[in-house]
Design a protein. Structure first.
Length: 536
């Protein structure tokens, strides 16, 4: 075939009178992209006789076949030859055996180590265990990209001997399932595509790891190595967390380090010296975008997990917070101990690293609402305001808090709102810096309906007679009442109706109910509450 294969019904059958004949070879050998589509029909051997006839599907060298979300199944074998390319949009990728993914034939499946495998789904995909442990090219072209959480998850450790091509979406790896790029092979990353998780590079050639983060507003934030002194295997991974997690001591001349991100990079074989290139872009921000005002105060920093040191600013290009910085040109030791890298600054006045809110929460407490927050990078703060809204748009100030520290360290605060509005309340923290810059926290929503609701039982303990329920502040409507014993068994159920305001319900429990502890549950109309009582 130099064109497409389309099957919508009927049967494709290899009839044979002996095992030696009845072979059908279907070879994809076009010069341009071909497609496979199967929406119906049956592929089978010799009227279902498993011992006779054979159907062989093959993608030959230089052919490119797109399966989309279609499935090749039935009595057949399947081969991806060396130099071929298989494209799948199936969520389960490709499998070596069984009934998953794009290829589900009952015969032998052969996937060449010297072929290309492309994942181009519209939802999250896995590569599948049919992906060989060695491939020529691995191509990620998942159209849903990062924002929907779509991408491709690597199902097995895979070595790439030619090229990793990241066209769209991300490739999720893990400590056990990661990619290794061999010496001389490369990585091409375009758009907002990257590797989320660890990856490795072997040899001495320069390489930029297309690392990144798959969270909200995530994207590619790479790290590069060059001028390696010896052949080695280097592993790198981007981490979305404060760099201070890997060392709270910051040695001079560094003044501070990133509170948004760091990289873990170390050798699994060898111990080379290399030049390290650190990158920064819009995805590096974990709060409002800040501007790098002076390249000469920007530094490459590294840590052994305890303390951060400056390893240079030999060269670089940075404009409005986007660009790169290069470490000492004589090279730095890449080793397993000093494995953490981050962007740092030696200036206290020219800060490219944004303020970071942490542990921002709001919750019902003691008849009101408690608002808590921390600033991990408190410096040059003029004041904090806690603001409340009932519609999520118009906010009013309910309290003001002066900074506790302003010394580049963590400061925590609590505000209690004793008078929240009935229903839904929205809270946010408004921070004003001495420069008059305003920074808002995320918005927190708190439902206060439960503040006015009550549920009482009388008498408790119950010795005889009915059990009386008092319900206050719940919506008018029908609710389901259940009584559960200490073994989790339902011993009584009843449908009750309330008319709002305060109401009482008298329950005559079964006469055979035993002594013990019981739980009564009431649910309905987005309302759920429970209370324990004792039968004596």
């Amino acid at each position: 075939l130099s064109g497409d294969f389309i099957m919508a019904g009927g049967s494709l059958r290899a009839n044979a009178t002996s095992a030696a004949n009845g072979i059908i070879n279907i070879n994809f050998k076009g010069n341009s992209r071909q497609s496979f589509s199967k929406s119906g029909g049956v592929i089978e051997k010799s009227n279902g006789t498993a011992t006779k006839g054979e159907i062989r599907f093959s993608i030959l060298e230089n052919a490119i076949v797109d399966f989309g979300e279609s499935v090749l199944n039935g009595d057949a074998s399947f081969t991806v030859a060396a130099g071929a390319r298989l494209i799948t949009g199936h969520a389960e990728g490709i499998a070596a055996i069984g009934s998953t993914g794009s290829i589900q034939v009952t015969g032998t499946r052969t996937y060449s180590n010297d072929a290309d495998y492309a994942y181009a789904g519209s939802l999250h995909q896995v590569t599948g265990l049919g992906l060989p442990g060695i491939v020529r090219r691995l191509i990620i072209d998942n159209a849903s990209g990062v924002q929907s959480g779509a991408g491709v998850t690597l199902s097995r450790a895979t070595t790439i001997n030619k090229e990793l091509v990241l066209s769209d979406g991300f490739l999720q790896t893990s400590a056990t399932n990661m990619i290794t790029i061999v010496d001389g092979a490369g990585a091409i990353a375009s758009g907002n595509s990257f590797v989320a998780g660890p990856m490795r590079k072997t040899g001495r050639s320069a390489f930029t790891f297309p690392t990144g983060w798959s969270g909200i507003d995530g994207g590619r934030i790479p790290i590069g190595i060059s001028s390696l002194s010896e052949a080695s295997t280097i592993q790198a991974e981007y981490k979305r967390a404060p760099a201070t997690n890997k060392g709270s001591t910051i040695n001079a001349p560094l003044h501070h380090i990133s509170y948004c991100e760091y990289w873990e990079m170390f050798p699994t074989t060898g111990s080379p010296k290399a030049i390290v290139t650190m990158y920064r872009n819009s995805h590096s921000n974990c709060n409002p975008v800040s501007v790098v005002q002076d390249l000469f105060t920007f530094r490459v920093a590294r840590s052994n997990g305890t303390a951060w040191i400056d390893i240079g600013n030999e060269d670089g290009s940075m404009s409005s917070g986007t660009g790169y910085v290069i470490s000492d040109s004589t090279g730095v030791s890449i080793n397993s101990t000093d494995r953490y890298f981050a962007l740092g600054n030696i200036s206290s006045s020219r800060d490219p690293l944004p303020v970071l809110y942490d542990s921002v929460t709001a919750y019902v407490k003691n008849g009101g609402v408690n608002v808590e927050w921390s600033n991990l990078t408190e410096r040059d703060i003029a004041t904090y305001f806690v603001e409340r809204s009932v519609n999520g748009k118009d906010y009013t100030i309910i309290s003001q808090h002066l900074p506790k520290s302003n010394r580049d360290d963590k400061a925590s605060y609590i505000c209690f709102d004793p008078n929240p509005a009935p229903g839904t309340n929205y809270y946010r923290i408004k921070t004003i810096e001495k420069s008059t810059k305003i920074i808002f926290s995320r918005i927190m929503r708190v439902e206060t309906d439960m503040l006015q609701q009550s549920f009482s039982l009388y008498p408790n303990p119950l010795r005889s007679g009915p059990l009386v329920l008092g319900l206050s502040g719940i919506k008018e409507g029908r609710y389901q009442l259940r009584v559960i014993n200490s073994a989790g068994q339902e011993v009584f159920t009843k449908s009750i109706i309330t008319h709002g305001d305060f109401s009482t319900q008298s329950l005559e429990l079964p006469s055979q109910i035993k002594k013990g502890i019981y739980n009564i549950l009431i649910a309905g109309n987005d309302y759920k509450i429970s209370k324990s009582f004792i039968v004596q």
